[in-house]
Write a protein that binds this ligand. Structure first.
Ligand code: FE
Length: 303
């Protein structure tokens, strides 16, 4: 079949779009359909392959959030946001963004200055993480900023999605104090892989890829008059640190982890024995008109 016949069919389809359309969506759908027609033609896709793919898209829909990460779409959106901010002349000092992923849950308990993310019996190496939230000059602390933190447990599972964990385990919202400080006590997260035998795993396996993420901790950081930051830090030393299936590891988001053995230090955090300590500051962009918002519309879980 020639490209001309494909183009002819596309024209016929587009000629049926006489009613008042949403012009932007119309243009995007037309473009996607056109690209898929060309793909079917170029790869000589058989009817059975086409219907198998369509069926797969239906059954895999509950994992689209993971597939968006694994196929690089979420990273692409971040790269485009970085570009938009650079073009608008926003400060390059801000903390790098990285992907949100599909596992945030709204409604975590809120406290000021400090939070414990889990009960004392949580399995895992104790962790204390703390720092300040700054404006984009890097020196003005932002009080009353909201640091929302969520991470996986020692098995790489997230509360809410893993019903064996208590509600909001390893999820908290911390308001910074008058010096812009936040601090939390938790346990070291473990990296994790996409659900076994799921649609994302099937796609990645077919593409000859793994579906594993290095250990990381997610954050939303918001403050009045500033752009929302969506980011993560990675735990240094993870074997998948620079081999994340979701392409989310970035320079500037891998803080050093120190081992603290001093018991006087441990007592400060009501801990006994050795613990890991991370210091990490967040720097937010000031709000600016005419730059695409970082407050992204997306269906999120809420509990
Ligand atoms: Fe995660």
């Amino acid at each position: 079949m020639s490209k001309k016949i494909v183009d002819e069919l596309i024209k016929q389809i587009e000629s049926k779009q006489g009613a008042v359309p949403d012009e932007r969506i119309q243009a995007i759908v037309n473009r996607i359909v056109k690209d898929l027609f060309y793909t079917i033609e170029e790869f000589d896709v058989t009817p059975s392959e086409f219907w198998t793919a369509l069926n797969f898209l239906g059954t895999g829909a509950n994992e689209y959030g993971l597939m968006a990460a694994g196929l690089g779409f979420e990273r692409l959106l971040d790269i485009r946001m970085d570009e938009a901010e650079a073009k608008a002349g926003l400060s390059p000092n801000a903390t790098p963004r990285t992907i949100e992923g599909p596992l945030y849950v709204a409604g975590a308990p809120e406290s000021v200055g400090f939070a414990r993310l889990c009960n004392d019996d949580e399995i895992g190496e104790p962790l204390v993480m703390e720092g300040q939230v700054f404006a984009d000059d890097g020196v003005t602390p932002l009080k009353n900023a909201l640091v929302e933190v969520w991470h996986a447990n020692h098995l790489g599972n997230y509360s809410y999605f893993d019903s064996s964990q208590e509600a909001f385990n390893l999820r908290r919202s911390i308001r910074t104090d008058e010096n812009g400080r936040y601090c939390f006590q938790s346990v070291m997260p473990l990296g994790y892989s996409v659900p076994p035998n799921g649609a994302t795993e099937a796609v990645l396996k077919t593409l000859g890829r793994h579906g594993t993420r290095p250990a990381h901790i997610h954050f939303f950081v918001t403050a009045d008059g500033h752009r929302k930051l969506t980011t993560q830090i990675n735990i240094d030393g993870d074997p998948f640190l620079w081999d994340d299936f979701a392409f989310a590891t970035r320079e500037g988001l891998v803080p050093p982890v120190s081992k603290v053995t001093d018991q006087a230090e441990a007592a400060k955090y009501q801990l006994k024995g050795e613990f890991s300590h991370i210091t990490f500051d967040f720097v937010l962009h000031a709000d600016k008109q005419d730059v695409i918002t970082t407050d992204i519309t997306r269906v999120r879980a809420a509990a």
